[in-house]
Design a protein around this ligand. Structure first.
Ligand SMILES: Cc1ncc(COP(=O)(O)O)c(C=O)c1O
Length: 411
């Protein structure tokens, strides 16, 4: 079991006072805080190890290369991929998804092919496919949701057909707090010779993920949502696809030989990684993985389940508060989107912030979903390994105070 009270001591940023109140950080779906171990690794890298990778023969260059490539091995083991050739470092989930749409899409998607996504996707798993559909005259289709907020699997079975080239679905929603049945969707996609792409931004930080068992073709996630630095992310792809795909960016690092008018590409995974990579970011992500592994992904998942089971009924008991997605805590991840009466979510989030509670208000980069739900915006509280029941209580109390404030004008 996780001792969050103890763990949070490893996150110096959480020890501060905001608006005269001890900070309660509940915006983890946007980005997570970094433990001392990751902060020290980053500082150590720049203070003692900084050098470019894959180029120099000097000691620092070799050390940086070895650490960067060790981080790739850690990522590989973390998501249970078969080999490091299948692990590409990117800027983050958005870049990973763009690479697939650009590289796989331009090569394999034809006019009239269908790309199937869902109404609960983040913009980064929508817009790249819209652009591909435009370039290729392909057709973009949306799987609808059930009343409870789950992906409608009966509809998925109808939408995924022999015309489908790509199925691209989020593993965990960043708004509704639901998990999607990726193995089942992958089976469906493969049954129709389509590829399965997964946006894992909200899953990999919170639960064990095994890409081999899921049999997905591509899987994308971000370092900054899992205690790692910003500017580093991962694209997992099956080697058989990556071998056939063209790089998206060209230049140094990704070549084998450059002639005057032609060039050949480096082996996987470097063929896709043009230019100097985010070396510190990669090494920092490796450290974050060590950190998460030490705690245990099963334990993190259970901890968030416990917190949600504790806080969701308390929020639901507040008159005028609407929770989006499943109402049963056992069906809900650590992401809770809600609205309070007819108050504007920005006003609510500002009032919460005045009480030291950091949440997110807005469309959460999921405008089609919010239109589907019939709201312009929501407040979102999202929990992580360092959040405690005391944080949950502070949220509930702050929401109640906010309700009173907008009724009577005082805290
Ligand atoms: C489900 C989901 N997909 C993709 C992204 C985009 O991640 P990034 O901004 O790190 O590229 C996010 C970030 O909020 C997300 O929640």
């Amino acid at each position: 079991m996780i001792n969050a009270q103890k763990l949070r001591q490893e996150f110096p940023i959480l020890e501060q006072v905001v608006n005269d109140e001890a900070l309660v950080y509940l915006d983890n779906a946007a980005t997570t805080q970094k433990p001392e171990a990751v902060l020290q690794t980053l500082e150590n890298y720049y203070r003692k190890e900084n050098a470019n990778v894959h180029r120099g023969v000097h000691t620092l260059a070799q050390r940086a290369t070895q650490k960067y490539e060790t981080a790739r091995e850690k990522v590989c083991q973390f998501i249970h991929a078969e080999k490091t050739e299948e692990i590409l470092f990117t800027k983050g989930t958005t870049a990973s998804l763009n690479w697939i749409a650009r590289s796989f899409g331009d090569r394999f998607v034809q006019a009239g092919d269908e790309i199937v996504i869902s109404y609960m996707e983040h913009h980064s798993n929508i817009v790249a496919w819209q652009q591909l559909a435009k370039r290729k005259k392909a057709v973009l289709k949306y799987i609808p949701l059930t009343k409870k907020g789950f992906l409608d699997m009966e509809e998925a079975k109808k939408q995924i057909t022999n015309k489908t080239a790509v199925v691209a679905i989020t593993h965990a929603s960043n708004v509704l707090g639901v998990l999607n049945p990726i193995a089942e969707l992958t089976n469906l996609a493969h049954l129709h010779q389509a590829i399965m792409v997964v946006d894992g931004a909200q899953a990999v930080p919170h639960m064990p993920v095994n890409v081999k068992e899921l049999d997905v073709d591509f899987y994308a996630f971000s370092g900054h949502k899992m205690c790692g630095p910003t500017g580093i992310g991962v694209l997992y792809g099956k080697q058989e696809w990556l071998e056939q795909m063209e790089p998206v960016e060209f230049g140094g690092e990704m070549i084998n030989f450059v002639h005057l008018y032609e060039s050949t590409w480096a082996d996987l995974p470097w063929k896709f990684e043009a230019g100097t990579p985010n070396i510190a970011g990669g090494i920092g992500l490796g450290e974050a993985i060590d950190y998460l592994d030490k705690i245990g992904l099963v334990e993190i998942f259970q901890h968030e389940k416990e917190l949600v089971s504790y806080v969701l009924p308390k929020l639901q008991a507040i008159e005028g508060l609407t929770v989006y997605g499943p109402q049963d805590p056992y069906e809900h991840t650590g992401v809770i989107a809600f609205n309070l009466d007819d108050l504007h979510p920005h006003d609510v989030a500002t009032a919460l912030d005045m009480q030291g509670v950091a949440t997110r208000a807005g469309h959460h980069c999921a405008q089609p979903l919010l239109q589907y739900l019939g709201v312009a915006a929501t407040v979102r509280a999202s929990f992580y390994l360092y959040n405690t029941k005391e944080d949950a209580d502070r949220l509930v109390e702050a929401v109640k105070e906010t309700k009173e404030f907008f009724k009577y004008g005082t805290f």
